[in-house]
Design a protein around this ligand. Structure first.
Ligand SMILES: Cc1cc2nc3c(=O)[nH]c(=O)nc-3n(C[C@H](O)[C@H](O)[C@H](O)COP(=O)(O)OP(=O)(O)OC[C@H]3O[C@@H](n4cnc5c(N)ncnc54)[C@H](O)[C@@H]3O)c2cc1C
Length: 323
């Protein structure tokens, strides 16, 4: 939570100067069963005790008044206006620009230079690079990269896909991220259409550079007969499904999970070699706070005892998140 808070404060500040596509259009979780509605009520009560006081619990009629596209038979909704999204590519390019660092693209790390017991740099497809501190931040490929140095990181990679619908006139441009509480299936406005996702538990697979997509993912969200169809809580998705204008494409990547769903940040057992990885699906929201902690841990500003994300911590297994 702290990582996300720090990152969001940074994004808000950055957006004042550069457009990183940050929109606080809110997250709207919608329950369509009594059990779901009760869980939402309990969650909002718990969130208030954690200090998150701006989460609204809406009954069916209030939710319908505020968000008229919702199905009339939903039971309740939980809304937080402060939540939002940004364009990660714009953010990454702006961070790269502002860092002033020299960046080489199209170069692959193929090994590590270890002198005695200390990392002193990397071997790459375009030659050796010497450095007193080396950080593995290779996303889903962090496991195989770390193995090149003889390190076994506790990481599992799981395919996640995104459905991109470039032209959906039914989607209100100002709508929040709209999520079915029971299934986690969700969509949000993007361009003249929407992005839609569903992150049900899926088996881990080998880390991949090029992750294949499946048409089944698109049909699972779009076909109103699916058990996680977007149309379950927002009927206009039935029209979208039936429309001759419907176009979509799919993107796929992998979440890089740790057993406790928290990132690995800071030095490893090899002096001079650190990690900044394992964001477990939250690597954009957690990027700024996480990377700052990784730097503080490397420079000694954050001691191992005070670093809850140190790579060799004991980990309790936590379940997958739906978002
Ligand atoms: C479909 C989908 C939706 C997502 N939605 C969200 C979201 O809504 N919010 C959120 O916070 N997060 C989301 N995530 C997760 C987020 O994208 C990741 O957590 C984040 O990108 C991780 O950043 P990273 O820098 O650790 O890794 P990456 O972004 O994967 O970057 C790693 C880089 O290392 C490079 N690399 C790998 N191996 C080598 C090598 N040997 N040599 C040189 N370079 C190498 C790769 O090419 C890549 O450029 C989503 C992920 C997916 C797949």
């Amino acid at each position: 939570m702290d990582l996300v808070r720090e990152s969001v404060a940074f994004f808000d500040d950055l957006q004042q100067r550069v457009d990183i596509g940050l929109r606080h259009q809110g997250y709207l979780f919608v329950a369509r069963t009594d059990d779901g509605a009760l869980s939402q009520r309990n969650l909002v009560a718990a969130q208030r005790t954690w200090g998150l006081t701006d989460v609204e619990l809406l009954d069916r009629s209030e939710a319908g008044r505020r968000f008229p596209y919702l199905a009339p038979d939903i039971v309740n909704a939980r809304f937080r206006q402060g939540d939002g999204w940004l364009e990660p590519r714009r953010l990454a390019l702006e961070l790269a620009r502002a860092s002033g660092a020299r960046i080489e693209t199209g170069v692959t790390v193929t090994g590590f230079r270890i002198d005695g017991d200390r990392a002193r740099g990397v071997a790459t497809t375009s030659g050796a690079v010497h450095a007193d501190n080396v950080v593995i931040a290779a996303g889903p490929l962090s496991g195989p990269v770390a193995k090149l140095a003889g390190l076994d990181l506790p990481l599992a990679t799981v395919r996640r896909q995104k459905l991109i619908l470039p032209d959906v006139p039914q989607v209100p441009a100002g709508a929040p991220m709209t999520i079915e509480f029971e299934t986690g299936a969700h969509w949000r406005p993007a361009g003249g259409g929407a992005h839609a996702l569903w992150t049900a538990p899926a088996p881990a697979g080998p880390p991949l550079d090029d992750v294949p997509t499946t048409a089944e993912f698109a049909f699972g969200l779009l076909n109103p007969a699916s058990d996680h169809a977007l149309a379950r809580i927002v009927p206009f998705w039935k029209e979208v499904w039936a429309s001759s204008r419907l176009q979509w494409w799919l993107q796929a990547g992998q979440y890089t999970y740790t057993p406790d769903r928290r990132p690995l940040l800071g030095p490893t057992r090899i002096p001079g070699l650190a990690v900044n990885t394992g964001y477990s699906g939250h690597g954009i929201m957690g990027s700024i706070g996480g990377s700052r902690r990784a730097v503080d841990a490397i420079t000694g500003k954050l001691s191992p005892a005070d670093n809850p994300f140190r790579p060799d911590r004991p980990m309790e297994i936590r379940a997958f998140d739906v978002l």
